[in-house]
Design a binder for this molecule. Sequence first.
Ligand code: FAD
Ligand code: UDP
Length: 373
Amino acid sequence: MKRYDYLIVGAGLFGAVFAHEAVKRGKTCLVIDKRDHIGGNIYTKEVEGIQVHCYGAHIFHTSDRHVWEYVSQFTEFNHFVNSPVAVYKDELYNLPFNMNTFHQLWGVVTPAQAKAKIQEQIAQMHIVEPKNLEEQALALVGKDVYEKLIEGYTRKQWGRECKDLPSFIIRRLPLRYTYDNNYFKDPYQGIPKGGYTRIIKKLLEGVQVCLGVDFFTEKGALLAQADRIIYTGMIDEYFGHCYGPLEYRSLRFETEVLDMGNYQGNAVVNYTDYGVPYTRIIEHKHFEFGTQPKTVITREYPSKWEQGAEPYYPVNDTRNTELFNKYEKLALDEPKVLFGGRLGMYRYMDMDKTIGAALRMAESELQYTAARS
Ligand code: FAD
Ligand code: UDP
C-alpha cells in the first residue's frame, strides 16, 4: 500500500491550498472528498456556456495583497463588482445601505438629510446597549431600513426571530453616506475567468485525488496510508459528536435554465420580504458579463440543518461557541491531525480568509516537519 506524508480530508479550497504547498515542498499527499467533484463549496460547472456557482454566489474580494497575488497565480480575475439590489414587495432598493438606498426610501438627496432621517428614527428607539440583532440593527439604521431590508431576510436566513440572534451577524452589513453600490470595501475584487473549479484543478496538479470517498467509512485503511492528516470536515463529526452535535444552517438551491437572454439584469437580487420563501436569486451569467442566448438562475432557500444535509453556515451563538471550544480542546490532543477550513474550525470564512488560514497552517506545519526530518 502506498504511503503518503499527508492525508487531506476535503478537496475544498483549504485542502487544495494545503496540498499545493505541501507538494511544492516535496511532500506526498492523498486528497479525498466524499463529493464527486473537487472544489468544495466554491465548485463551479459550465451550463449553456455559463459558469454556474453550484453552492451559492461566490465573489472573490480581499484587502490582503499577499492572498490576492497568491490566488492570481492560478487564475485571471474579471472586473466584476458586487452591487446587489433588494426587492421588498413591489419596491426595489440598492444595497449595501447607501445614499441610493436612502434616496429610494425617503427621497433625501444629501448625506446630511439621510443622517438626520436615520438619527430621528434611532432616537425614537431609546436603545442604549443593543442586546440582540434586532436592537443592534435598529440602533444602527433605524426602523425603515430594518423593517424593509433586514428583518424578513434575516428571519428567513437564520430561521429565528431577530430578537433571538446575536448582534454580530448584522455588523457585516455596511452602511455608508455616499452614492456607492459596491458591496465590498476591499481593493481587490472579481470573479475568476473560467470559474473557480479551474483554480482548484491547478492547485491540485500533481496531487493524488480520490472522489466519492467518505473519511468515516474508510477510516482504518486511510489512516494506515498517511503519517499526518489535514481534516477539513466537521470537527464534531470527527469526534463522534461526543459532546453533542454543533448546529449549522443549511441551504437549498433550485436552479433553472431559462430560454431568454436576461432574466433579472443583475447577478444578485435579494428578496427581503418574509413572505417570499427564498432569500435571493442569482443569475450566473452576470458574474461574467455573459451574452449567451440562454440564462441560468438559482433561487436560494435557507433551510434547517439536520444530519446528512449540507452544513453551510456555523451558528456561532454562545451555546455553540462553548461546545466548539470543547471540541477544540480534544483537537489539541490529536497529535497526528490538524483541523482546518470552515468546518474544521467551525467558523464562517470568506475565500481569502480560507486561503490565508491554509497558507499559515502550511507554513508552520511544513517548517515543523522539515525541522523534524
Ligand atoms: P469546503 O468548501 O466546505 O470544503 C470542505 C470539503 O470537505 C467539502 O468538499 C466536503 O465534501 C469535504 N468533506 C467533509 N467531510 C468529509 C468527509 N467525512 N470525508 C470526505 N470529505 C469530506 N466566500 C467569499 O469569499 N465570497 C463569497 O461570495 C462567498 N459566498 C459564499 C456563499 C455561501 C452560500 C457559502 C456557504 C459560503 C460562501 N463563501 C464565500 C465562503 C466560501 O465558500 C469558503 O471560504 C470556502 O468554501 C471554504 O473552503 P473549505 O475548504 O474550508 O470548505
Ligand atoms: N442581510 C439582510 N438583508 C440583506 C442581506 C443581508 O438583513 O438584504 C443580513 C442577514 O442577517 C445576513 C447578514 O446580513 O445573514 C449577512 O449577509 P451577507 O449577504 O453579507 O452574507 P452572506 O449571507 O452572503 O454570507
